[in-house]
Design a protein around this ligand. Structure first.
Ligand SMILES: [Zn+2]
Length: 346
């Protein structure tokens, strides 16, 4: 499979088997694909047309699966339900495109390693879905797909070289260089969350290393840092919250709670250090920051930008745009769709 080109001007050339030719020959907005974003918590699925419009959007809890076959079954059921509604509306599905957390061998369609869904490690999910649904199927890493979604229809429209950082339960990343998604030599590029930003911090990361960006800038990290800082802020409203979430810490920050504000300022410093490294190495036009934590943008923006100015080459720091994502939870689904529309099955 060749690397697709995501530039807005790129001609999209879907190469399908003979049986799909009549569908592909339709007008551009008639081309539709089934997409699914397989997260550790939720399985989201939809039909997306070539204009990027989302149809029949479903969100369900990821099944408490014990085997890869359980996941295939859930995805096939979601695809059949979408297909039923899509067929009733007079359309056909041309392809299947799934994004998943973890390391993905895109060329093979298999999951190399998925820490949150360990039974999928080594499993060829694309092949299993293709067989079950009798459609071409592709697989991509979720953060890579989110970068593609943002370049197609989000904050990075019209750009060619971007970095997308996803601040969720963990910290993910996608790198698009001159219109092409960078997978690395062994399918594992853009693990931005595991860039070391604090060699002396000593905070252990699930990856096995210490001081990774993920342990300072993820939703999980926001909660941990808030717990750690509590003794310094006895009057914080967060003292009484037994169930701390990054969302409630953000709300406290917006209302001026000093504990919450301290945590987001600290998070902004670490994020800025990571972004400065990315800017100096990759010289991107734009860095798009997505994931749930980005809602707290105004609470960490100043410290993040300060570190970028302090640490990145001045010319590069001046030229790069650092912006919040625009596609929200749909970035992965949209990216999955764009990848399917660009797919070259040679
Ligand atoms: Zn790590």
């Amino acid at each position: 499979m060749g690397l697709p080109d995501f530039s807005a001007e790129a001609e999209i050339d879907l190469r399908m088997s003979q049986s799909e030719t009549k569908v592909i020959a339709g007008s551009a907005d008639q081309r539709r694909v089934f997409v699914a974003d397989l997260g550790g918590t939720h399985l989201r699925s939809a039909i997306v047309d070539q204009a990027g419009k989302i149809h029949f959007h479903f969100k369900q809890h990821t099944p408490a699966a014990k085997s890869a076959e359980d996941i295939v079954e859930a995805l096939v059921a979601a695809a059949r339900e979408c297909d039923r509604q899509n067929t009733a509306a007079g359309y056909a599905i041309d392809a299947v495109s799934v994004v998943a957390p973890g390391t993905v061998n895109v060329a093979a369609g298999s999951i190399v390693k998925a820490p949150n869904l360990p039974f999928l490690s080594g499993f060829n999910l694309a092949e299993a879905l293709s067989r079950a649904l009798n459609l071409p199927a592709i697989l991509e890493n979720d953060a890579n797909a989110a970068a593609v979604g943002e370049m197609w229809l989000g904050a990075a429209r019209g750009r060619r070289t971007i970095v997308c950082v996803t601040l969720g339960t963990g910290v993910g990343g996608g790198i698009i260089l001159d219109g092409k998604l960078w997978h690395g030599a062994h399918h594992s590029a853009a693990e931005i969350g595991h860039m070391c930003v604090d060699p002396f911090g000593g905070v252990a990361c699930p990856c096995g290393s210490r001081g990774c960006l993920e342990v300072y800038a993820s939703a999980t990290a926001i909660v941990r840092m808030t717990r750690e800082a509590k003794p310094r802020h006895p009057n914080s409203r967060l003292q009484i919250d037994s169930e701390l979430t990054s969302e409630c810490i953000y709300r406290a920050g917006v209302e001026g709670d000093e504990l919450a504000l301290e945590v987001f300022r600290r998070m902004g410093v670490y994020l800025g250090i990571g972004l400065a490294n990315l800017i100096n190495i990759l010289n991107p036009e734009m860095i798009v920051i997505g994931g749930g934590v980005v809602n707290a943008w105004e609470l960490f923006e100043k410290q993040m930008n300060h570190e970028v100015v302090e640490r990145a080459f001045p010319l590069l720091a001046d030229l790069v745009k650092i912006v919040p994502a625009e596609c929200g939870d749909d970035a992965g689904l949209l990216g999955a769709a764009k990848l399917a529309f660009c797919w070259d099955s040679r």
